[in-house]
Design a protein around this ligand. Structure first.
Ligand SMILES: [Zn+2]
Ligand SMILES: [Zn+2]
Length: 188
């Protein structure tokens, strides 16, 4: 992907919104985001995300949704696949300093909650990243009934039933079998 890292683009100054009464809202739409998902997940295409920021009496409620596709491997047949992701989120983001005085707020009581920066900015990328990570399947499948790989020869069972029998394979038949498999692969 050629886009610059999206973290700057996804850091939004909310000082004005924080000065408005609870219930005030802002909406943002982003397309083509290159969100860093960490070492275990890779995007198959950029992320489209919408955000709905609502002023609460404590800070902000960050709601929204994200759509993308992940580059995965089928957990049964090991074929590369794309997994569609369409997920939502709604989490609080609370100030780390007092809006009026700039005095630091004790954040130790709620260490898990997202915090605004001390420049009254909300960083939106973590909300998208965590929502996609939560939505990613633990054991992705190319199709729900993927039969996986033959435990004897490692061939995809989806390419058709086959039988090894218990006897040693005649070398001439083995050559024929390899020929047949190659032919199937080429016509796929
Ligand atoms: Zn599969
Ligand atoms: Zn087999």
């Amino acid at each position: 992907m050629t886009r610059a890292p999206s973290s700057d683009e996804l850091t939004i100054n909310v000082a004005t919104l924080l000065g408005e009464p609870p219930g005030s809202v802002r909406d943002y739409v982003f397309t083509g985001l290159a969100v860093d998902l960490g070492p275990d997940l890779a995007l198959a295409r950029p992320v489209d995300a919408r955000f709905h920021l609502a002023r609460t009496n404590r800070g902000l409620l960050v709601g929204g949704d994200a759509r993308t596709a992940l580059a995965e491997i089928c957990s049964r047949c090991l074929r590369p696949i794309e997994v569609e992701i369409d997920t939502g989120f709604a989490e609080e983001a609370l100030p780390s300093i007092e809006l009026m005085s700039g005095a630091p707020i004790d954040t130790s009581a709620e260490p898990e909650v997202a915090r605004l920066t001390d420049h009254h900015e909300v960083e939106l990328e973590p909300f998208v990243r965590e929502a996609i990570q939560l939505a990613a399947p633990i054991a992705p499948l190319c199709r729900p009934d993927c039969p996986g790989l033959c435990p004897t020869c490692g061939e995809e069972l989806a390419s058709g039933p086959h039988d090894h029998g218990d006897e040693a394979v005649d070398p001439r038949l083995e050559a024929l079998r390899a020929f047949r498999v190659d032919g199937e692969t080429e016509t796929r």
